[in-house]
Design a protein around this ligand. Sequence first.
Ligand SMILES: [Fe+2]
Length: 206
Amino acid sequence: MKRTSFTPTFASPIGVYDSGLDAADRAALVATIDELRLIPSGQKRSSVGGWRSEGNFFDVNVDAVRQLADAAIACSLDYLEACGVQFNRSAHTGRLTGWANVNGRGHYNAPHRHNGYDLSGCFYLAQPAATTNSTGVIEFLDQRNLTPQAERFGGPMFSSSFALRPEPGQIVIFPSSLMHWVRPNHTDEDRIVIAWNLDVVERGSG
Ligand SMILES: [Fe+2]
């Protein structure tokens, strides 16, 4: 027996990256979010409790925000390369729309997709101590309906869900259309995340 080919057809890859942002960058981002929180906000979307910034977070004129934007784009282009997408990386960049989320005790994000974009991502600025298999966990949900295989084989290829508890400083990248939710925070510490949608565009296309 010799395997001729093997293709992970219809995969939903999830990439986890070290952002490279240091403690000072992260403190600057927390300070930026603290300032934005002073502005009254009514946005709800998938958030159940918690706070979400309005407008495009990446429009904030702060060095650490620009560094995060660069990291988000670099991770996204690397993700596409890892997926085997054929494109000229140096000729492309990402157009970002971002927001900050602060989730306290009992807050969570109901299952949702970010339809209409290429890739989505989130940067973990603060994660509460893990007291249960819920706090700080993002869970991705499979829409392929492979229930029999999920029950028999499991693992990342066949399981019906994939749960992840990213560390502070990490970036997670996933296809925007992939269903996901954030499990409830069972602590008094805040989970602080900067999330975004990204479209891959040619450099210089505006
Ligand atoms: Fe989301």
